[in-house]
Structure formats: C-alpha cells, structure tokens
Design a binder for this molecule. Sequence first.
Ligand code: C5P
Length: 201
Amino acid sequence: MSFTVAIDGPAAAGKGTISKAIAFDFGFAHLDTGLLYRAVGALVAEGKDPILAARELKPSDLERGGLRTMGAGQAASRVAAIPEVRAALVDFQRSFARKEGGAVLDGRDIGTVICPQAEVKLFVTASPEVRAHRRWLEVGGDEAEVLAQVKERDRRDSDRATAPLIPADDATIIDTSFMSIDDAVAKASALIREAIRKMNN
Ligand code: C5P
C-alpha cells in the first residue's frame, strides 16, 4: 500500500517535528525535502554549479555536517528558486512518496507540485514572530536578526516563480502559533486516521 502525507509550510512552523512524530506513530518513511536543497546550497558554496549539484546529488551529500544552520537555510532558499534545480529533485521525491508502507514528506511544494495526489495534505504555519522566537531559542544570538532572516526566507520562498510557498487548495491549515506540538500532532494524526479509514472502506 502506498499512502502519502504532504506537509508544507514556512521555516520553524513545526512541520519537521510533526512529520517525525507522524512517521513514527504510523510507521511511515520520512523525507525532509529541505535537506535536499540545503545540500545543494552547501555544494554551491564550495564552488559547484547548482544545476549539476542537484542532478548529481548523492545520499552521502545529505549526511554532511552544518546543513541545519540558518546560513545553510538561506543558501538553500537561493538555489531553490532555480527551476532546473527543482526539476532535478522531482523524481527522487516522487518515488520516495510512493514507497510501500506509506511516506511523509515535508517541504514547501509537496502538496502543490511534488504530490498533488497525496492522500493527506497539511499546511503547517505560525506567525513570523513566533517562528523567529522558536528558532532563536535554538540558535541564540540577536532575536531581531533571526526575525529578519525568517522574513527574508519567507519572502524568497513565497515570491519565487516556480513552486512558491502556498497551501494547496485542499490542504488543511494547522496554525501552531498558539498550539502545543502535542495538539498539532494529534490534529494531524486524526486527519490521517480518517483518510486511512476512507481508503479502506
Ligand atoms: O525546510 P527547510 O528550512 O530545511 O528548507 C530550506 C529551504 O529549502 C527553504 O527555505 C526553501 O527555499 C527550500 N525548500 C523548497 N522546497 C521544499 C523544501 C525546501 O524550496 N520542498
């Protein structure tokens, strides 16, 4: 059986945490698609051509250190605006999505472009201030600077011409600004259980 859960949303909205919890609870495979763009961004910082880096991306490139930093996120959002980079990563994501036993993919365009037929589509969001505060608790430094970076990345991801960050028409929006992570996971789980029930009927 293949069953795809698409979880999109801006940085630090909680989609990674929700995706991991869902994958664990339902026994689904999980792909953090942001890591693909982060790895391409890191290769570009070393002088590689972005399109070649995306076409030749290897599983070991996703294991390299330093991919989770704010700087790596900014580099990722710059290469993610290049249509040929996005195109080179489509097949890998689509085949992951149809893995036997179910899959959760989190990113920006999973419900809109990569898996428009996903059985469950969620758009996890929160206010920029709440997201910046969460990120600041992880990375420290100047909170105003973290907020500026969050807003800059939102703008780049939302304004790009190819696969911009927007909810799919049929996505369920989960705003985690004033919601605990447990409540957000419970809401996502209920939607998935309902979709599985419908599929089996
Ligand atoms: O989710 P994460 O913060 O790791 O993503 C890093 C960057 O990669 C995003 O800001 C976005 O520009 C890009 N991205 C994307 N499409 C995805 C996942 C990530 O454009 N499906």
